[in-house]
Design a protein around this ligand. Structure first.
Ligand SMILES: [Zn+2]
Length: 142
């Protein structure tokens, strides 16, 4: 599958800002920027904390667990490269650590998707260079 991925992939606009995110995704880890001054964890990556404007930042591994903040079911993708995937779930995920990110919910029946459902990150190695972070319904606690 990895060599046959022909969809338009997003590319970082500021590679130095986002490189730790993509490197962690390749390791199947989810990381977020965190401010060392005020402890605020945020996303998307920026050169300053959006809360206190400090530039003293670090990357921290997060749980990958969160909840579905909002979603839509895409039945007619704007880009024809995604037509074979339709219908698919375009989602905003609220991580347990606070940040929200745009992703897809996968491994989920379209009819079963609900706002606030628990999710966990999964990693799609779509090419040898790129791994995308997606989410699936969280396993119920044992
Ligand atoms: Zn801060």
């Amino acid at each position: 599958m990895a060599t046959e991925y022909r969809k338009p992939l997003p590319r970082p606009l500021s590679p130095s800002l986002t490189q730790p995110f993509w490197e962690a995704a390749k390791r199947h880890e989810l990381v977020m920027p965190r401010c060392k001054t005020c402890d605020h964890c945020f996303f998307y990556p920026r050169s300053e904390c959006p809360r206190c404007l400090s530039s003293d930042l670090e990357w921290v591994k997060v749980s990958g667990r969160g909840r579905l903040h909002t979603f839509t079911v895409v039945r007619q993708p704007a880009n024809p490269a995604f037509q074979d995937d339709a219908p698919y779930i375009y989602a905003v995920v609220q991580l347990d650590e606070g940040p929200r990110l745009v992703s897809n919910v996968v491994e989920c029946d379209i009819a079963a998707v609900r706002v606030d459902m628990p999710l966990q990150a999964v990693f799609a190695d779509v090419t040898p260079e790129w791994t995308l972070v997606k989410f699936k319904p969280a396993s119920p606690p044992p």
